[in-house]
Design a protein around this ligand. Structure first.
Ligand code: NAP
Length: 307
């Protein structure tokens, strides 16, 4: 029997990725949407999650696509109702929220899936396998994009708990913590916060692998023109470049793989498998690095920014 799913927060990512990916995935059907402002087509619509849970007694799973500040309360509500839960990234506004959700999902014997879409980019698995055979000497991450293009009309992203430039930056950290087998730690960070915002527009992080390889990282939301989502890894036996958010792989400058983005269908296949086993997949490693950058980072006020 297919998973009967309800989605909460019918915004940009729900429309761009979740709805088409669910349609493509065997084993799951979208039967309901909870939205304060919008209506899903061909599904039952509710104004909020509580009404959806009350109205859909046979719902199996809840997919949470709101901003991170709203995630914890909704996820608790769904888990307490005995539903499997799919969390958009980041899985919470804080690490302790996600740890509490993991404990609750275990108690309820349901699936909790903290999705990290960038880990499903086409070249990530191949990059991980290549790196596993080598000694890492240095990593450089450049994640530069134009916030006005990618995040128009999203006030939450600039508010406390909205992550600012770490909203895209955590995608890079999710790839980093997937392709590097060793623990990664944050040594220092600079967070550039516009004087009229609560969250950073730019950040530089100095991190390191446990065996001491430096990881230099730049996140910047002020990039116009070509956009950059690159991770370069120098090793004792060649260099790797993951670009286009993990969808292109170059080894020693030669393109090895370049594929279109199929991240969300892959995540839904994973979710269907997890639900079959009532399993939990909720890695907090990327979120911990963001939390550590905020903990040890220098806060540097910068110019006002109007988006
Ligand atoms: P969005 O369009 O601004 O917001 C998504 C929906 O969440 C809104 O349409 C609204 O749904 C609900 N919402 C907005 N503010 C809320 C609030 N303060 N409290 C409760 N609900 C609220 O954002 P998005 O771009 O889809 O991003 C949502 C999440 O997906 C974020 O965590 C983001 O990191 C992640 N994500 C986004 C992208 C992307 O390209 N945009 C890519 C990957 C992941 P209703 O009006 O239906 O209630």
């Amino acid at each position: 029997m297919n998973i009967r799913a309800g989605l909460v927060g019918l915004g940009k990512i729900a429309r761009d990725q979740h709805l088409p990916a669910i349609l493509k995935t065997d084993g799951i059907d979208l039967i309901a949407v909870a939205s304060r402002n919008a209506q899903g087509e061909g599904v039952n619509n509710y104004p909020d999650l509580g009404a959806m849970l009350a109205g859909e007694a046979d719902l199996d799973a809840v997919i949470l696509c709101q901003p991170p500040q709203a995630r914890y309360h909704a996820a608790r509500q769904a888990l307490l109702a005995g539903k499997h839960v799919f969390l958009e990234k980041p899985p919470g506004a804080t690490v302790s929220e996600v740890e509490a959700l993991i404990a609750l999902a275990k108690e309820q014997n349901v699936t909790l899936y903290a999705s990290w879409h960038s880990r499903y980019a086409a070249a990530v698995a191949q990059a991980k396998a290549w790196i596993a055979q080598r000694r890492i000497e240095r990593i450089s991450i450049q994640w530069r994009e134009d916030v006005r293009h990618w995040h128009p009309g999203q006030p939450w992203i600039w508010e406390a708990g909205g992550f600012g430039v770490f909203d895209p930056g955590i995608n890079a950290l999710s790839i980093l913590t997937e392709i590097v087998a060793e623990p990664v730690t944050v040594l220092s960070a600079n967070l550039e916060v516009p004087s009229n915002k609560d969250a950073p527009i730019g950040a530089t992080l100095t991190m390191a692998t446990a065996s001491g390889a430096p990881i230099d990282t730049v996140f910047d939301w002020r990039q116009t023109g070509p956009q950059t989502w690159d991770i370069a890894v120098d090793t004792d036996n060649g260099g790797l470049l993951l670009s286009e958010g993990g969808n292109t792989l170059r080894l020693d400058g030669e393109v090895q793989l370049k594929a279109p983005d199929e991240e969300y269908p892959a995540m839904y296949r994973r979710f269907v498998d997890l639900v079959a086993d009532r399993a939990i997949d909720a890695d907090t490693a990327p979120l911990r690095l963001v939390a550590d950058a905020f903990l040890c980072g220098r806060h540097c006020p910068t110019a006002m920014f109007e988006d």
